[in-house]
Write a protein that binds this ligand. Structure first.
Ligand SMILES: Nc1ncnc2c1ncn2[C@@H]1O[C@H](COP(=O)(O)OP(=O)(O)OP(=O)(O)O)[C@@H](O)[C@H]1O
Ligand SMILES: [Mg+2]
Length: 302
């Protein structure tokens, strides 16, 4: 099988591991920088070039599209889909997962529990918005947050109001959530491939910190997720239409709550914590025929 990995950087751990796993399983694998893919769009006729040459015959593409290139990267991926290439994570599914508000709405609509979340636009509504959420403490999150950098704990209502005013002044997009104190600074990343959780790790924040991100000094250990946690992780992945996802869950008194569904989950932390060949599992899933998005046919000339 001819596989392509859409990634900006060949030396990233996840990219390297996917190439390695593909070659181990007898496939050819090539890393394509999505920003060097360019496209011709004509009715019913889609073509792609890469660094001056046509790209043809790619059977499957594994997207590893970073947040900063979501728009262009998903357009490239969509072009591959239109050319009949299969992918475990279709472009529309990635876009659903990347848009936090949309993902929250879609998941909640399917009965998947998350920390209660509010968002609003106008400063005049802040008081009522916080009443809608409930008592402090609150967690305020920049919607573009990653590695825990834009996640703030506001212990008192006055702190929530102050932070919200400051963020509005900076024209930042954010959501506000109830604080799940009983999680005690831990979350569980379930790694879903197809319809299975193939590995999970529990991340624990250091003392005095509520964010469990490894970049914030958190530590990770492999764990066996509960049946409930597996079910929630698999359903969340399916609702967004993904084939491969890292689902972050927080353990609350009312059961597992979804924090985020990551469409390009990193492999280094989970392979180290679980000691499993996650890249190999992804390649096997892809080679087993992840369903291609149906190619759109151009209207025939009369
Ligand atoms: N509502 C909450 N209650 C308690 N702890 C929370 C809550 N939301 C987040 N946390 C903690 O903060 C960490 C970071 O939050 P979150 O994962 O939402 O943001 P991020 O890691 O910056 O972004 P992303 O995961 O979307 O890339 C979580 O891993 C979790 O440990
Ligand atoms: Mg996170």
């Amino acid at each position: 099988m001819k596989l392509a990995i859409l990634s900006r950087n060949t030396s990233l751990y996840s990219t390297r591991r996917l190439v390695e796993a593909a070659r181990e399983q007898g496939h050819t694998a090539r890393v394509l920088d999505p920003l060097r893919c360019y496209m011709r769009i004509a009715c019913g006729d889609f073509a792609m070039h890469y660094k001056g040459r046509p790209l043809t015959g790619v059977d499957a593409v594994i997207p590893r599209i970073g947040a900063s290139v979501t728009r262009y990267g998903t357009a490239v991926l969509r072009q591959f889909e239109l050319m009949g290439t299969c992918t475990p994570n279709p472009s529309d599914a990635i876009l659903r997962a990347r848009d936090k508000l949309r993902a929250h709405q879609l998941l909640a609509a399917e009965g998947i529990h998350m920390p209660i979340t509010v968002f609003g636009d106008n400063p005049d509504d802040t008081g009522d918005l916080l009443r809608l959420l409930g008592a402090s403490p609150h967690v305020i999150k920049l919607t573009e947050s990653s590695q825990g950098t834009g996640v703030i704990l506001a212990e008192k209502p006055s702190a929530s109001r102050g932070i919200i005013e400051a963020l509005r002044g900076l024209y930042a997009n954010f959501i506000v959530q109830e604080f799940i104190a009983e999680a005690k600074g831990a979350d569980v990343r379930c790694f879903v491939v197809g319809d299975r959780v193939i590995a999970a790790m529990r991340r624990q924040a250091p003392a005095g910190e509520f964010r469990s991100n490894l970049h914030r000094g958190g530590t990770a250990v492999g764990v066996k997720p509960s049946a409930d946690e597996c079910e929630v992780a698999i359903r969340a992945t399916r609702v967004l239409g993904l084939g491969v996802a890292g689902v972050d869950l927080i353990r609350s008194d009312r059961g597992p709550l979804v924090l985020e569904v990551n469409a390009s989950p990193g492999l280094e932390g989970i392979e180290t914590a679980s000691k499993k060949d996650i890249a190999g599992e992804i390649v096997r899933f892809v080679a087993g025929g992840c369903t291609p998005v149906k190619a759109v046919r151009g209207r025939r000339k009369k």
